[in-house]
Structure formats: structure tokens, C-alpha cells
Design a protein around this ligand. Structure first.
Ligand code: ATP
Ligand SMILES: Nc1nc2c(ncn2[C@@H]2O[C@H](COP(=O)(O)O)[C@@H](O)[C@H]2O)c(=O)[nH]1
Length: 204
């Protein structure tokens, strides 16, 4: 039987750069993670594609998924639902592949309870001023939404102690390098208890 893959959870406040950092990591050829596409009831932003950026669903469809236990975790974040399809995560991990979730903090806390063996990384902004600057500059949210997301951000940053690692997103490339190093180190740490090595000793 294949060893299960590693569940990597990248979380942090809205606008800190999770999506930007994730896309950069996935564009690099030395990483082989599988991205779990989330389901949301948020309306697509310009350029976002169903099945690539998110699975865009109605509130009724989302609530049906909750009822039918199709979500590993879900949260209502500033007026919209977001959730992680459980079947994809389970199937991919059981194939021995590493799965990468990019989710907000309430969801990460739920995943921690189900997968305590996961790797939880908090992406932090250099400052609250810079965080606001990034959401504003992205130009995708109204002033009201920005204010609500900034309010949520303060509460989220207070929870960073619950993560295995905190990575500051000062520059995208630095953040990517740190995340990749953390994942590599985590794989090496897990080799200590790997059945592969136990088997090797039995054969000897
Ligand atoms: N290290 C960085 N330095 C400067 N700007 C950055 C950096 N990382 C990301 N950005 C910019 O910040 C904005 C927000 O980034 P991004 O959309 O990736 O954030 P996010 O955390 O995924 O947000 P959300 O949680 O709302 O989806 C974007 O305009 C992006 O280009
Ligand atoms: N709990 C979950 N949070 C998720 C999921 N997918 C994305 N997100 C997070 O929601 C906020 C807002 O996203 P946006 O695309 O509207 O800016 C952000 O922090 C995302 O990381 C999920 O499946 N579960």
C-alpha cells in the first residue's frame, strides 16, 4: 500500500498573498503538489473560471453539500460560503500525493481537528497597513468588503500561534522558498516513522 501524501494547509488573512504565493509555487517545476479547488458561493471575479479558480455554486447547492457531508471543512467568510471537497482530498492523499489547501483560518482550525498530522502554515503580512494596501491595490473588493475583511484579519492574525509555522510574505519569492523548505523538512522528519524503513530493516 502506498504511503499517504502530506496535507499542506496555507492560511492567513485575506489579501496577504496566499493565492499569489501558491500560484508561484505551482509554477515552479521542482514542486509536485496537488491543489484542492474549493467550492464557494461568492460570485466569480473578472477572469475567474469555474473548475479552475473555484467551483462556483449557489447557496442552496452549497448547503446540500454540507448536508451530504461532501465537505472536509467549510466556513462562512464575510458573507459567502467556502469549503473543501472531501473526496478529492482523501483520494489524492491515498494515492501518496501531497495536497495543498489555501483556506481561511476558521477552516484551517477544522482541518487541524480532522488531520492533526497535516502541515499548517500561516502566511503573515509585513504589517496591517501593507495588508490593507494589498487588498485595495488588488482592486476586486468594495470599500465595505475591504473593511470587513480587515476586521476579520485582526482576529485571524491573533490565531497564528495555532499553526506549525508562520511565514512572512515580504516578497513572493522569499515566501515561496520558505514554504518549500518547510515542506521538504517535514517530509524528512516523517521519514523517521516511515514503514519503508521499517520494512528495509526486516529484510536485512
Ligand atoms: N509579497 C507581496 N508583495 C507585494 N504585493 C503582493 C505580495 N504578495 C501578493 N501581493 C499582492 O497582494 C494582492 C493580494 O494577493 P492575493 O490575491 O494573492 O491574496 P490572498 O491572500 O489570496 O487573498 P484572498 O484571501 O482574498 O483570496 C494582489 O494584488 C497581489 O498581487
Ligand atoms: N475555509 C475555507 N476558506 C477558503 C476556501 N477557499 C478559499 N478560502 C478562503 O476564503 C477567503 C476569501 O477568498 P476570496 O477568493 O473570496 O478572496 C480567503 O482567505 C481564501 O483563502 C475553502 O475551501 N475553505
Amino acid at each position: 500500500m502506498k504511503e499517504r501524501g502530506l496535507l499542506i494547509v496555507l492560511s492567513g488573512p485575506s489579501g496577504v498573498g496566499k493565492g499569489t504565493v501558491r500560484k508561484e509555487i505551482f509554477s515552479q517545476t521542482d514542486t509536485k503538489f496537488e491543489y484542492s479547488i474549493s467550492v464557494t458561493t461568492r460570485k466569480p471575479r473578472e477572469g475567474e473560471v469555474d473548475g479552475i479558480d473555484y467551483f462556483f455554486r449557489t447557496r442552496e447547492e452549497f448547503e446540500e453539500m454540507i448536508e451530504n457531508k461532501k465537505l472536509l471543512e467549510w466556513a462562512e467568510f464575510v458573507g459567502n460560503y467556502y469549503g473543501t471537497p472531501v473526496d478529492y482530498v482523501e483520494k489524492t492523499l491515498s494515492e501518496g500525493k501531497d495536497v495543498f489547501l489555501e483556506i481561511e483560518v476558521q477552516g484551517a482550525i477544522q482541518v487541524r481537528e480532522i488531520f492533526p498530522e497535516g502541515l499548517f502554515i500561516f502566511l503573515a503580512p509585513p504589517s496591517l497597513g501593507e495588508l490593507k494596501n494589498r487588498i485595495v491595490t488588488r482592486g476586486t473588493e468594495t470599500d465595505d468588503v475591504i473593511a470587513n475583511r480587515m476586521k476579520a484579519a485582526k482576529a485571524e492574525i491573533e490565531l497564528m500561534d495555532a499553526y506549525d509555522y508562520v511565514v512572512e510574505n515580504d516578497t513572493v519569492l522569499h515566501a515561496c522558498e520558505r514554504i518549500k523548505s518547510i515542506v521538504t523538512a517535514e517530509h524528512c522528519r516523517r521519514e523517521r516513522v516511515s514503514p519503508r524503513y521499517k520494512k528495509m530493516l526486516e529484510v536485512e
